[in-house]
Design a protein around this ligand. Structure first.
Ligand SMILES: [Zn+2]
Length: 122
C-alpha cells in the first residue's frame, strides 16, 4: 500500500509544520495530485482515514491532534505540449499523441504533481 506510506509521511510533515507554528491540532490538509503521479485518489482517502485516526504515530510525536481532520484532493489532469504545433493538449489516454498532428509529445506540463498545497492548524 503505497498510499498508506505516503499518507504517514504527510502526517509527519503536517505535524512538524504544526509544531513549528505552535499549533496542537491539524484541521485540514489539501493535496494536489496529478493523474500521472501514480497515486489513486480513493486509496489516498482511505489511507488518510486510517493514518489520521491512529493516536500513536510511529515517531512518538503524539502532541499534535489529528482526530477529525479532513482531506481535500485537487486532481490535476494531464496536459502535454506539442512542439510541432506549439499547442497544449490534454491527452485522451496514456499515449500522449497530439490530436492535431499525431506526434507523440515528450513534454508533460501538468499531471505529475504530488504536493501539499494547504494546511490548516490551530
Ligand atoms: Zn501537434
Amino acid at each position: 500500500m503505497h498510499e498508506l506510506a505516503l499518507m504517514a509521511e504527510l502526517r509527519h510533515l503536517a505535524e512538524e509544520a504544526a509544531s513549528r507554528e505552535g499549533a496542537s491540532r491539524i484541521h485540514r490538509l489539501q493535496l494536489r495530485i496529478g493523474s500521472l503521479s501514480g497515486v489513486d485518489a480513493d486509496a489516498l482517502r482511505s489511507a488518510f482515514a486510517v493514518v489520521m485516526a491512529d493516536r500513536e504515530p510511529g515517531d512518538g510525536s503524539g502532541s499534535i491532534d489529528t482526530q477529525g481532520s479532513t482531506l481535500e484532493l485537487e486532481v490535476v489532469r494531464t496536459v502535454c505540449f506539442c512542439a510541432d504545433c506549439q499547442q497544449e493538449f490534454a491527452p485522451s489516454d496514456v499515449i500522449h499523441a497530439c490530436p492535431r498532428c499525431g506526434a507523440l509529445s515528450t513534454q508533460v506540463l501538468r499531471g505529475r504533481e504530488l504536493e501539499l498545497v494547504a494546511l490548516e492548524v490551530s
